[in-house]
Design a protein around this ligand. Structure first.
Ligand code: AMP
Ligand code: MN
Ligand code: MN
Length: 318
């Protein structure tokens, strides 16, 4: 990252008294980990910080210290507005409605639109949390135990436990620094990736039994009826996509999740050689080479009729 840009970010952060930190809607572990990591560190440095997540903090992340301080709407005025792990303003949801252009954008998505006044975007970073863990010492901000836990949790979730193809030695060194700051890696790993609710396991069952394959493409859907039948509370795929992407015969997996508002959430996962972010972008979404998402209007059948041919085309190109 450009040293000069980091120094500008440092002086703006240290010069501000009232700061707003927010992240993306339907937050994942990196969104919440980065939000808490930066927010709690600024608080520990004596700043007045509001941490906002338009969709709140999903219950699976509430073990993270400080998650109880996150609100769904900002109140008052701010000297500095920071958005973390978010590729575009639309994905910040209504958290920033009525506010001016964000001051600082810290993110690792290649599809980032550089929407802020200062844009710290590192596409080689495995998680926004990794970037922040690297920046905090440069900014003169403390990495307390809750900050380290939040950031390590963000790194674990975005890398599925340090096993995605974008892993780097730098990411492991930063994770080691966070362990030295007091984080319990095995415990965070268990909470992030291994522990499931009974309802989530049954919800997987619905998706697994609907799994289809055509050549090296596999897909499935999770309907509102599936969700109701098992009592699964979320609107996500309960991580099913990451399970499906371990199937040996396939290179690309797509999961369609009925949202209940006339929209379908589409999630792609791919093996090296297939850039699913390009397909997601075409449908108004975004993401990474190997993991991307989009939300489309229409019924399950309508959305599948658009998305599956476009995804097949990606596979046929290779
Ligand atoms: P998901 O399939 O929801 O786990 O998302 C995979 C990746 O794509 C994540 O890095 C998300 O940040 C990104 N992503 C998911 N949905 C969208 C969207 N609607 N717009 C832009 N990026 C998205
Ligand atoms: Mn994220
Ligand atoms: Mn991320």
């Amino acid at each position: 990252m450009d040293e000069q840009l980091l120094q500008i970010a440092r002086s703006e952060l240290l010069g501000a008294d009232r700061l707003l930190v927010t992240s993306h809607i339907r937050p994942d572990g990196d969104a919440i980990g980065s939000l808490l990591g930066l927010g709690l560190s600024l608080q520990a440095a004596g700043k007045d910080v509001q941490m906002v997540s338009a969709d709140g903090v999903p219950s699976i992340f509430r073990h993270l210290a400080g998650s109880e301080l996150v609100s769904t709407r900002p109140e008052g005025h701010f000297d500095l507005i920071i958005v973390v792990d978010c590729s575009d303003l639309e994905r910040a949801g209504n958290a920033l409605n009525g506010f001016s252009t964000p001051d600082l954008n810290v993110d690792h998505h290649p599809t980032n639109l550089n929407f802020a006044r200062l844009n710290l975007v590192e596409t080689e970073a495995v998680a926004t949390a990794e970037m922040l863990a690297g920046y905090l010492p440069t900014f003169g901000l403390p990495i307390t135990r809750p900050v380290a836990d939040a950031l390590l949790y963000g790194m674990i979730t975005d890398t599925l436990g340090f096993r995605t193809h974008n892993m780097t030695p730098r990411a492991l060194r930063i994770a080691a620094n966070l362990m030295e700051a007091g984080s319990d890696l095995p415990n965070l790993y268990h909470l992030a990736l291994l522990k499931r609710t009974f309802e989530a396991a049954r919800y997987w069952g619905a998706g697994l039994s609907a799994l289809q394959r055509e050549g090296r493409l596999a897909w499935t859907s999770l309907t509102l009826a599936d969700r109701r039948a098992v009592g699964y509370p979320g609107r996500d795929d309960a991580d099913l996509n990451n399970i499906l992407s371990t199937v040996e015969e396939v290179d690309v997996v797509v999961v369609f999740v009925e949202q209940g508002n006339g929209h379908i959430k589409v999630s792609w996962r791919s093996l090296p050689g297939f850039d699913v972010s390009q397909v997601a972008l075409r449908f108004g979404g975004g993401g990474h080479v190997a993991a991307a998402g989009a939300e489309l209007e229409g019924s399950l059948e309508e959305v599948q009729a658009k998305v599956l041919p476009a995804t097949r085309a990606l596979l046929n190109r290779n």
